[in-house]
Design a protein around this ligand. Structure first.
Ligand SMILES: C[S@@+](CC[C@H](N)C(=O)[O-])C[C@H]1O[C@@H](n2cnc3c(N)ncnc32)[C@H](O)[C@@H]1O
Length: 353
C-alpha cells in the first residue's frame, strides 16, 4: 500500500475513534461530571495547595479552609453613579467623600475637557460609555495617583480619559502617565487599525502621557511596576469568567493595600443577556466575569453603574478564600483554555505574597 493511502486510513481510524470516545463521554455525561467535580470547593482547595510555591502552602491552605467554611457575601456596596455632565460636580463631591478626600473638587479644565468629548469623537463599540468615563475621570482626579495601569486598550479612549485626569492634577511634565496594555496589536473592533488608534487621532495632546504595550497581558504589569506601588488600576479586557478575576490577581501584587481596582462592565452579563433576549445584536456576547467579581467582592466597593471600584484588603492573602470561591462558579470558557486559566489562577494565588 502506498504511504499516502496508509496515512489517510490511519487518520480516518483516528477520527472514528475520537468520535466514538466523544459519543461515549456524552452518553455517560462524563464531561459534565468532571466539570462538576473540579468545581467542588474541596477539589479547588487541594489544587490550590498543590500548585502553591513551597513557602506559601500554609497560607494558601488557611485560605482554602476559610473558603470552604464561609459562604461568599454579595451586595452592591456603596453607590455613586454620575449619569450626566450636569451631575458631575455633585457626583464628584460624593465620590471624594467616599474616598476619604471630602472637599476636593474637579481640577481646572476637567469639566470643559469632559464636555468637549462628544463633539470631538465618533463613539466606538466596546469603549466606556458616558457615565462610565465620568466616574473614571472623577476617581482618577480625586485619588490623583502618579501613574495608572490599564488592561484593555482597544481604541485608547479610556486611556485618554485617565491621562487627561492625571495631566490636570500633575501637569504634563512627564512625572505622571498611563500604561495601557492590550493583547492585540491590531484593534479588536477594526483589524485595519492599531490598538490605541484614537489617542493620536482624537487626543494628540495626550500622546506623551500614554505608554502603549502590545501585545501584552496583565502578567506584564509585574515587569513595569514595583510590588505595592500602584494606587489605581483599570481592568477592562476579556470579561468572560474567570478572566477578570485572573487579571485582578495578576496585578494585585503591584497594587498597595487599600488601593483601588476599577472594573468596567460590572453589569455586562445582565445588560448583554437582556439585549440578546430582545433580539439585539451585540459586538461582544453577554459575559458575567466582571459582574460576578464585583457582586461577590467581599471588601469595600463602590458602584458607578456599569463601572465600579473594588478596594484591596489590608492583607492581600485575604483574597485567597474569595478567589477559591470564585473558581467554584462555572467558567465561561471551556476545554484547554479553561484548564490553562485554572492553572494560571492557582499560580497567581501563590504570587500574592
Ligand atoms: C472592552 S475593550 C477595552 C475598551 C477600552 N478600555 C475603552 O474603554 O476604550 C477590551 C480590550 O481588551 C483586549 N483584551 C482581551 N483580552 C485581553 C487580555 N487577556 N489581556 C489584555 N487585553 C485583552 C481586547 O483586545 C480589547 O481591545
Amino acid at each position: 500500500m502506498k504511504m499516502g493511502k496508509m496515512r489517510e486510513l490511519s487518520h480516518a481510524a483516528r477520527d472514528w475513534l475520537r468520535k466514538v470516545r466523544k459519543a461515549g463521554r456524552e452518553l455517560f455525561m462524563i464531561d459534565r461530571a468532571i466539570a462538576a467535580i473540579i468545581r467542588l470547593p474541596v477539589v479547588i482547595s487541594l489544587g490550590a495547595v498543590r500548585h502553591a510555591p513551597r513557602g506559601c502552602r500554609t497560607k494558601i491552605l488557611r485560605g482554602a479552609i476559610r473558603s470552604v467554611s464561609r459562604p461568599a457575601p454579595t451586595g452592591s456596596g456603596e453607590v455613586c453613579e454620575i449619569n450626566s455632565l450636569a451631575d458631575f460636580n455633585s457626583g464628584y463631591a460624593r465620590l471624594a467623600a467616599m474616598l476619604g478626600q471630602a472637599g476636593r473638587g474637579p481640577s481646572p479644565g476637567e469639566v470643559e475637557f469632559l464636555s468637549s468629548i462628544a463633539k470631538r469623537r465618533t463613539s466606538y463599540p466596546g469603549t466606556v460609555g458616558r457615565s462610565d468615563y465620568l466616574f473614571l475621570s472623577a476617581l482618577v482626579s480625586i485619588l490623583a495617583p502618579q501613574r495608572v495601569i490599564e488592561i484593555g486598550t482597544l481604541t485608547g479612549f479610556s486611556a485618554a480619559i485617565i491621562a487627561a485626569a492625571l495631566a490636570r492634577r500633575h501637569g504634563g511634565d512627564g512625572t505622571s502617565w498611563v500604561d495601557t496594555i492590550d493583547i492585540n496589536v491590531e484593534c479588536a473592533i477594526d483589524r485595519t487599525r492599531l490598538s490605541g488608534f484614537e489617542i493620536p487621532e482624537t487626543f494628540p495632546e495626550l500622546v506623551p502621557l500614554i505608554r502603549l504595550h502590545v501585545p501584552r497581558d496583565a502578567t506584564f504589569v509585574l515587569q513595569i511596576a514595583k510590588r505595592d506601588e500602584l494606587q489605581v488600576i483599570f481592568i477592562d479586557a476579556d470579561h468572560r469568567h474567570p478572566l477578570p478575576l485572573l487579571d485582578l490577581l495578576r496585578v494585585a501584587p503591584c497594587v498597595r493595600s487599600g488601593g483601588w481596582i476599577v472594573l468596567h462592565d460590572i453589569q455586562w452579563g445582565t445588560i448583554g443577556r437582556r439585549a440578546a433576549e430582545a433580539g439585539e445584536s451585540l459586538w461582544w456576547g453577554p459575559s458575567y466575569g466582571a459582574e460576578w467579581l464585583f457582586i461577590y467582592w467581599p471588601f469595600r466597593k463602590i458602584s458607578g453603574g456599569n463601572i465600579g471600584a473594588v478596594q484591596l484588603p489590608h492583607e492581600k492573602s485575604a483574597l485567597v478564600p474569595f478567589a477559591l470561591y470564585m473558581m467554584s462558579i462555572q467558567f465561561e470558557i471551556v476545554d484547554k483554555h479553561a484548564r490553562t486559566m485554572r492553572r494560571a489562577l492557582y499560580e497567581s494565588l501563590g504570587a500574592l505574597g
